[in-house]
Design a protein around this ligand. Structure first.
Ligand code: AMP
Ligand code: FE
Ligand code: FE
Ligand code: ZN
Length: 280
C-alpha cells in the first residue's frame, strides 16, 4: 500500500524567531495531519526536548534539527543540521556562545539605530525574544511597537536589512565550520531555501565542501525552482528535504501546512544518518 504520511522538516519556535512554543507547533502540526515535523530553530536546539515530550503524547514524530547561520561570500547562509545529537553538551555550549554574541550584536544594532535618532531598548528586544536566539526579527518587532515602522518588512527595508547603516553582521562561522560541527554531532547537513543562493558562488562550492542535502520544497520555491533543484539533487546525489520554514505568522503568513513532504524523503535522511554513524 502506498505510504500517505507526510512531514514538514523546517519549523521555528520561540526558541529562535518563531511565534509559537514547541508545544503549540506540535499541536498545530498534529491537527494538520503531519506524521513528523522537524524543529529547526536558528542556532538553537533548546525547543526540541519540549517538542519531543508533547510529540510522544500526541503520536507525532519530532526530528531534531538546527538551522546554523554562517557567512560565505559576504552572505548569510543557512545550513540545516538534521538528526544531530541535540543533547550533546559541547554543542549546547557552542550554541550558548553564538547566542551571547547575538545579544552583543543586538546591542550594537540598537546603538547604531540610536545614532539615527531611533530609540528602542535592548531590554524590550530580549523580552520579545523570550529565552530564544536573539535576531533581527525581534528588533523589527520592537521598532514596530515603538511606531517607527508599520510592518516587519519595512523594518528590514529601512533600518536593519543587510544594506542599511544600522546593520551589524553576526558572529562569523564559515560553512566549513558549520559542516564540521554538524558532522561532529552526527547530523546531516542540508542547504536551506536554496533559492536564496547563487549556484556558482554558493551552492556548487557547498556541494564540493560536503553538503549532503538540499531543501527542494520550500514556500518560496515555484514549480520551476522545484524542478531545477530536483535536477541538482539528482546530478549531485543529494538528499531531498522540504519544509514550510514556519515562523508562526511573524513573516506575515503562517506557512505551516503549505509543505507536505512525502515521508519517504525523511526515511532517506534517516538511512543516510544510519550509514554514516552506525551507532543508531
Ligand atoms: P538574523 O539571523 O538576526 O540576521 O535574522 C535573520 C532572520 O530574519 C531570517 O532568518 C528571517 O527569519 C528574518 N528576515 C530576514 N529578512 C527578512 C525580511 N525582509 N522580512 C522579514 N523577516 C526577515
Ligand atoms: Fe528566521
Ligand atoms: Fe533560513
Ligand atoms: Zn528557517
Amino acid at each position: 500500500m502506498e505510504d500517505s504520511r507526510y512531514c514538514d522538516l523546517h519549523i521555528h519556535t520561540i526558541f529562535s524567531d518563531g511565534l509559537y512554543s514547541p508545544e503549540e507547533v506540535v499541536r498545530k502540526a498534529k491537527e494538520l495531519g503531519f506524521s513528523a515535523i522537524g524543529i529547526a530553530d536558528h542556532d538553537a536546539v533548546a525547543g526540541i526536548e519540549e517538542a519531543m515530550k508533547i510529540g510522544e503524547k500526541l503520536g507525532i514524530e519530532i526530528i531534531p534539527a538546527c538551522e546554523f547561520s554562517c557567512v560565505m561570500e559576504d552572505k548569510d547562509i543557512h545550513i540545516l543540521g538534521y538528526l544531530l545529537d541535540y543533547k550533546n553538551s559541547t554543542l549546547k555550549s557552542f550554541l550558548k556562545k553564538v547566542q551571547d554574541k547575538r545579544i552583543e550584536r543586538a546591542e550594537k544594532i540598537i546603538g547604531n539605530l540610536s545614532k539615527q535618532g531611533i530609540k528602542i531598548e535592548l531590554k524590550r528586544v530580549l523580552e520579545i525574544a523570550k529565552n530564544g536566539t536573539v535576531g533581527r526579527p525581534h528588533i523589527a518587532q520592537a521598532l514596530l511597537e515603538e511606531g517607527y515602522v508599520s510592518n516587519i518588512e519595512e523594518a528590514f527595508m529601512k533600518f536593519i536589512g543587510y544594506h542599511c547603516p544600522a546593520y551589524v553582521p553576526k558572529m562569523e562561522i564559515s560553512p566549513n565550520e558549520a559542516l564540521q560541527l554538524i558532522k561532529d554531532f552526527k547530523g546531516i547537513p542540508v542547504l536551506a531555501h536554496p533559492i536564496s543562493y547563487d549556484f556558482e558562488k554558493i551552492i556548487f562550492p557547498l556541494i564540493k565542501m560536503g553538503i549532503l542535502g538540499i531543501e527542494v520544497y520550500h514556500p518560496e520555491h515555484t514549480e520551476y525552482h522545484i524542478h531545477y533543484f530536483l535536477e541538482i539533487a539528482k546530478k549531485y546525489n543529494l538528499l531531498i528535504t522540504g519544509g514550510s520554514d514556519c515562523h508562526g505568522g511573524r513573516k506575515g503568513k503562517l506557512f505551516l501546512g503549505e509543505i507536505k513532504l512525502p515521508y519517504f524523503y525523511l526515511e532517506d535522511l534517516k538511512e543516510k544518518r544510519r550509514q554514516l554513524f552506525l551507532d543508531i
